[in-house]
Design a protein around this ligand. Structure first.
Ligand code: GCV
Length: 727
């Protein structure tokens, strides 16, 4: 009996194993955890393999420099994954059709392209189906090795998306010079506003141990053209500049170098005192100037291609030149002079405001910086957040864009979603970035877009840059969620070319991250494209802003009042009372509108013309004011809160419809996060409606559900360990 049972069990197990094996083979999706990002190189459909193999199967690729070797290895990895067999590497394109990678120097067969490549600069590349020595060839050609690596990633992207390579003829040149991630990573491993676990940098084991994830980080960044990374938080610890930490940074720089990624550091302005024992950090003091010069020499001895410093000064308690009665230009120029002999740059942040200045916070950075236009050294770029407050779900573009023609201005976007639901809310930021970049400053007449300010073309600046506050940590997904990877991806693609479409980028990302099948791409892209507007709706519709809970910014807090400074409260921003709501920044209010070019200012100042999306940013409006929809303001506000929640519920339904088309682990992870998002969207809506109703005393519009709890309940919720809080 026992034997029989055992045999039956064996048969059952064998049968089960067979079924599982079969299921694995026929399953449309292998189980994944997201760690491979958009570089999964999942097999292309069987019908496409032969076509691609004829183009990619025989490869001629130099391998003399580190960057040549990583380009060749990436191609090998990609082709092996996508086509199921390794490419054959050959010494020359003689014989069969070949894929030829290189520069005219590294691959002499590409010499005929030398003139054409001239126009592609140091990082551009060409992908072309052509004839070399009378034979069919596909070339990935550039002037420099790094361009070839970028070209390889582009080619692999096309294959991942299932695109045809017939007649391929693409040339790409990045429009922006500095394409950087800013890590707000502290030396103790904590990431300020980080929702993806601890810092990727293990400072304790560096420089002895170079975690393989550092290489994967570099691959991922290079695949989207990111060419620099600021390793440490702008709320900087002077220790980052100490010899021990510089050696650690140098080890990371060594890993990143073959991928075209330079290392930068946030510099604490008072470091000469903290590290150097000086009794001042005054930018005009000769000892201070010498200290920074010596420090720069020390850094470049360790990191010969060090990119430069990022500085947050005289903002939110950080030290700066104003502590000595000097200007931001004095401070920036001090560091710029120290870096100039080595080719480094200073990215000086314009995120500056002071609570003891009795001025609308939205105006302060402009007031501080606009008069300094032209006062900065050539190797200084002023880094400006996308909007005048602080990475809100929606802000108007920052009025400094277009207002400092003699100074290169660098864009600072936030990729981590401090104010957009942390990592659990599915919010694709491509449309936010696109909206800002396409905004017209009118600085030099119509068409003076923010993108043209930032890429330097509007004022012919040689230096240009875009930075994104990274959403990367040690979480298996890297970004804290599968969909937050899309924000890293979109940031990189838009930094390369700020004129690209957020939708096109989403299409590429979905094809690479999930599947190129149209019945996967179309619903996911549609869902992503509306997701940012939905978050605006359920959090801060109609131009409301800065209504998140105090400190950690997790969840709603429109009632936040009191505390150390007014401009860290919500009531400062919404100004709701029995009669109306909104911040009057028109000409009769704080006059923030006048910081924009006249054509923009006129529109924003005019209640009839200001877009509904920014209404309460610029105007204090009666609750009965009629909007373009025909609804009174109060009705429209509640309508939008509810609409935002409904969108999240539709995303849940869309995602449910993709069950079986997405691998089970990732499907389940996203589904769980969408449930969290739905609950939190309800929470945002209900808490906000309860609060504003307590102020205006108005009945809810017909058909709108009342909040399930009294206002006091929402106000009582506490989240002392919410992640990412500044400290
Ligand atoms: C790094 C906001 C964030 C802070 C951040 C600051 C900045 O205030 O809440 O955490 O500090 O912006 O950008 O400097």
């Amino acid at each position: 009996m026992l034997t029989l049972t055992r045999r039956r069990g064996d048969v059952g197990r064998v049968f089960l194993a067979g079924i599982l094996a079969l299921l694995c083979c026929i399953s449309p999706a292998r189980a994944e955890d997201g760690h491979d990002l958009w570089l999964r190189y999942a097999p292309v459909g069987p019908s496409k393999v032969e076509g691609y193999r004829s183009a990619l199967g025989n490869v001629v690729a130099p391998d003399r420099t580190p960057t040549q070797r990583v380009a060749r290895e990436e191609l090998r990895r990609g082709v092996a994954g996508l086509l199921g067999s390794e490419p054959r590497f050959r010494a020359s394109p003689a014989g069969d059709a070949a894929l030829v990678l290189g520069t005219p120097t590294s691959a002499p067969w590409l010499a005929p392209l030398v003139h054409e490549l001239e126009g592609l600069g140091d990082e551009g590349y060409l992908l072309r189906r052509t004839r070399l020595d009378g034979r069919d060839a596909l070339v990935v050609a550039a002037r420099r090795d790094i361009g070839v690596l970028y070209g390889v990633f582009h080619l692999l992207r096309l294959v991942q998306a299932g695109a045809s390579l017939d007649g391929l003829d693409v040339s790409e040149v990045p429009r922006v010079k500095l394409r950087l991630l800013n890590h707000w990573d502290n030396l103790d491993g904590y990431v300020e506003r980080g929702y993806a676990g601890a810092s990727l940098w293990d400072w304790h084991t560096l420089p002895g141990w170079e975690d393989p994830r550092y290489t994967d980080y570099a691959r991922a960044n290079a695949s989207i053209g990111i060419n620099g990374t600021v390793l440490n938080n702008v709320n900087a610890d002077a220790l980052s500049l100490s010899p021990a930490y510089l050696r650690k940074a140098a080890a990371l720089a060594d890993v990143f170098r073959p991928y075209g990624i330079r290392v930068y550091l946030s510099a604490r302005f008072s470091a000469p005192m903290e590290l150097g024992g000086l009794d001042t950090a005054d930018p005009l003091n000769p000892d201070v100037r010498q200290w920074w010069r010596t420090k720069a020499e020390e850094i470049y001895a360790l990191i010969p291609d060090f990119g430069g410093f990022l500085v947050k000064a005289n903002s939110e308690g950080q030290p700066g030149p104003q502590d000595y009665g000097r200007t931001h230009a004095d401070g920036a120029n001090l560091l710029a002079d120290a870096l100039a002999p080595h080719g480094g740059v200073v990215m000086w942040r314009a995120f500056v405001y002071a609570h003891d200045v009795p001025e609308d916070r939205a105006k302060q950075a402009y007031n501080e910086f606009v008069g300094l236009d032209g006062a900065f050294r050539d190797n200084v770029v002023v880094q400006v957040k996308n909007g005048p407050i602080d990475f809100q779900p929606r802000e108007p573009f920052h009025p400094l864009f277009g207002a400092m023609p003699r100074t290169p201005l660098m864009m600072e976007f936030q990729i981590t979603k401090e104010y957009l639901g942390f990592a659990t809310h599915l919010v694709y930021l491509g449309p936010l970035y696109e909206e800002v970049l396409r905004a017209d400053t009118h600085a030099r007449g119509p068409g003076s877009t923010v993108a043209r300010v930032v890429d330097g073309s509007l004022e012919s600046h040689a230096l240009s840059g875009i930075a994104g506050v990274a959403n990367i940590g040690d979480d298996r997904t890297w970004s804290g969620s599968h969909f937050d990877q899309a924000n890293w991806y979109a940031f990189g693609r838009l930094a390369w070319n700020p004129n690209q479409s957020a939708r096109d980028i989403a299409v590429d990302w979905v094809a690479m991250t999930f599947s190129p099948a149209p019945d996967v791409v179309a619903p996911i892209v549609a869902m992503m494209m509306g997701s940012r507007e939905a978050a605006v709706d359920y959090m801060t519709p109609l131009g409301l802003h800065h209504l998140m809970a105090r400190g950690h910014h997790y969840g709603p807090g429109p009632w936040v009042v009191g505390g150390p400074r007014a401009d860290w409260t919500s009531v400062y921003y919404h100004r709701a009372d029995r009669d109306g709501i909104g911040f009057d920044r028109g000409t009769r209010g704080s006059d923030a509108v006048s910081q924009y070019a006249p054509a923009v200012a006129r529109t924003l100042d005019d209640l009839a013309q200001v877009p509904d999306t920014l209404l309460l940013w610029f105007h204090h409006v009666p609750w009965q004011h009629r909007l373009h929809s025909g609804r009174p303001l109060w009705g429209e506000l509640v309508h939008r809160y509810t609409r935002g929640v409904a969108y999240v519920e539709r995303m849940q339904a869309t995602w449910e419809g993709l069950r079986g088309k997405i691998d089970a682990p990732r499907h389940a992870h996203v589904a769980a996060f969408l449930r969290i998002q739905r609950d939190e969207a309800h929470w945002w809506r209900d808490a906000s409606v309860a609060y504003f109703q307590s102020i205006n005393g108005l009945p809810l519009p017909a058909g709108e559900a009342p909040p399930p709890h009294p206002l006091a309940y929402y106000q009582s919720l506490q989240f002392p360990y919410a992640p990412g809080d500044g400290r």
